[in-house]
Design a binder for this molecule. Structure first.
Ligand SMILES: Nc1ncnc2c1ncn2[C@@H]1O[C@H](COP(=O)(O)OP(=O)(O)OP(=O)(O)O)[C@@H](O)[C@H]1O
Ligand SMILES: [Mg+2]
Length: 276
């Protein structure tokens, strides 16, 4: 695979312009022939040594670090209540961290609001309430483009190219769609801002194994367009299989961090988190 042809197959969206052009210059193509090198200055997006909780409540995160590099998919796994969603919310600015920081392309964005982070190029699909159920599919996508002042019809066409079923159902209320289709709406909505990095919290929650595989394929396709992806997954095995980097969180702390492959091969990780 060369940098001029980042696609391994002929399915789905071919248009790299779905990504923010400003984020393209530094995107590293995924390569089978050489190591994936990160640009100087560390990962593209990192929540570093984050400690904090909700409001005046106790700390949920304890020096927790999650990150994603250019051209990569990073996956966060761990038991229920481990703080995976909290860590994602902290990176997106929905939670005040008492210590630690968030860097986007080397810039400290710890003090920015979520909306300002969207303007900076972050796309986030939360675990719950990630679509407007009473609005149509197309209205959901239009809402996703709320920060854009330019013509977003091309981006919408690219989202429909990536998720053809959404084009078919564009005038249907999103709440009438199946679980997997709703997740496509949620991801599509996030893509409407042409993000430089995409954060997904359990994009395959509650869907059948076949739909999960299909969603993973689409997520890989998005990554190949040059958008790094940081995602939480409860389907740990399948997710680590496609992960360049994996994080196992336990009780708000980093328990294991390695390549997806190495985590899958680690006997302790297998026994404790992957069911043997
Ligand atoms: N809005 C909130 N206010 C207060 N505490 C919260 C809030 N959301 C989550 N928590 C607490 O933070 C801890 C971590 O929850 P979190 O949702 O981050 O876990 P998770 O790893 O995403 O779990 P799951 O796999 O179930 O999605 C839990 O103890 C939870 O009760
Ligand atoms: Mg969660």
């Amino acid at each position: 695979m060369s940098s001029s042809n980042p696609y391994q197959d002929d399915r789905g969206n071919k248009d790299r312009s779905i990504t923010n052009p400003a984020g393209q210059g530094t995107a590293m193509p995924r390569s089978k022939s050489g190591p994936v090198t990160s640009a100087p200055g560390g990962p593209f997006l990192i929540g570093e040594a984050m400690t904090g909780g909700y409001g005046k409540g106790p700390d949920i995160l304890h020096e927790c670090t999650i990150a994603v590099d250019r051209g990569e998919i990073a996956v966060i796994v761990g038991p229920n209540g481990a703080g995976k969603s909290t860590a994602m919310k902290a990176v997106f600015g929905m939670l005040d961290v008492r210590s630690g920081r968030v860097l986007l392309d080397g810039e400290d964005i710890t003090a920015l609001t979520p909306q300002d982070r969207v303007v900076k190029g972050m796309g986030f699909v939360p675990q719950t309430h990630n679509i407007f159920t009473s609005m149509t599919v197309e209205e959901n996508l239009e809402m996703g483009a709320f920060i854009r002042k330019d013509d977003f019809r091309d981006t919408m066409a690219q989202v429909y190219d990536l998720f053809p079923i959404l084009k078919e159902k564009r005038y249907q209320a999103a709440g009438e769609l199946s679980g997997g289709q709703r997740q496509q709406v949620a991801v599509g909505r996030a893509l409407m801002t042409k993000p430089k990095v995409l954060m997904l919290d359990e994009p395959t929650a509650g869907v059948s194994p076949i739909v999960m595989d299909e969603l993973f394929d689409r997520i890989i396709e998005v990554a190949r367009t040059g958008i790094p992806i940081l995602m939480v997954e409860q389907n740990a095995r399948q997710a680590l299989e496609i992960a360049d980097k994996g994080y196992v969180l336990v009780q708000g702390r980093n328990a294991f961090t390695d390549t997806g492959k190495a985590l899958m091969a680690d006997p302790e990780v297998r026994r404790s988190f992957l069911g043997g």
